[in-house]
Ligand binder design. Structure first.
Ligand SMILES: [Zn+2]
Ligand SMILES: [Zn+2]
Length: 259
């Protein structure tokens, strides 16, 4: 299909599931029109790996950060190391993924909050956009973010709130990352959000290798599969895919590149 290049704003290409065939994964992404991929950091090792991938492949960009699952492992040196990584490469576009996960609670909540705040401080200082992971923690995520007014851009990835929360995010100028969960039969809540919120705030993502869209559900997700998300947004908004592609790409340019 001939369409404007689309951007996968949230991937985990450092995952070992991609170790064997990253070249083929990138080739299929290009064939599907995915021209840029932003790969996340979950911990220090993943962040460093993300930076290496970004240096090796022109279409890959990186974010560095500590996922709430890993918050309990953080020592001051960890964050200093990430700050250095971020400063070393022009391909580090954002700080992420960071936030709160009250679904799994792999780290104690006060520790998650502390590490979240510390990373928001650094991101504000470095003027980097932040990529937020919010699982069953909408209230605390939004209240902590409220304390940080100087953030370059805020992306709530794999958005899982309802329409009221989406509207609060939009009022604050945040972006909502939309991925494979939009295609899951039971997810009317997200379809309702996508249908009614302004296209100006939506970003495409995969969160690969996780959360493959419905046709591939349960399998390894990859950037090429993002076309299923694009198709579903187009269907919900009753607009041509080309328009959705153009708009979400422009949003990603603005959010991550400040253009
Ligand atoms: Zn996440
Ligand atoms: Zn993720």
């Amino acid at each position: 299909m001939n369409r404007a290049g689309i951007i996968d704003t949230h991937a985990h290409l450092d995952d070992k599931k991609f170790r064997q065939d990253i070249q083929n994964v990138l080739k299929r992404a290009a064939e599907a029109g995915v021209t840029r991929i932003i790969t996340m950091g979950n911990d220090f090792t993943a962040s460093r790996h993300a930076c290496i991938l970004a240096e090796q492949h022109p279409e890959i960009y990186a974010a560095v950060g500590i996922h709430p699952h890993e918050a309990k492992e953080v020592v001051p040196r960890t964050l200093e190391g990430l700050r250095i990584l971020a400063g070393n490469s022009s391909k580090v576009l954002a700080w992420g993924e960071i936030g709160l996960d009250y679904h799994y609670d792999f780290s104690p909540r006060d520790c998650q909050q502390d590490v979240f705040r510390k990373q928001l401080e650094i991101a504000a200082e470095l003027e980097l956009p932040v990529v937020i992971h919010d699982r069953d923690a909408h209230e605390d995520v939004l209240s902590i973010l409220k304390d940080f007014t100087g953030l370059k851009a805020v992306i709530i990835h794999c958005f899982s709130g309802d329409l009221a929360i989406a509207e609060e995010c939009l009022n604050r100028g945040y972006y909502l990352g939309i991925g494979g969960t939009l295609t899951y039969p039971k997810n009317n809540k997200l379809r309702n959000v996508v249908k009614y919120v302004s296209l100006k705030h939506l970003l495409l993502e995969t969160d690969c290798p996780y959360l493959a869209p419905q046709p591939w559900r349960g399998k390894r997700n990859e950037p090429a599969f993002m076309t299923a998300v694009l198709e579903e947004i187009a269907r919900l908004k009753e607009m041509p895919e080309e328009e959705i592609a153009k708009a979400t790409t422009a949003n990603a340019q603005k959010a991550f590149w400040g253009e």
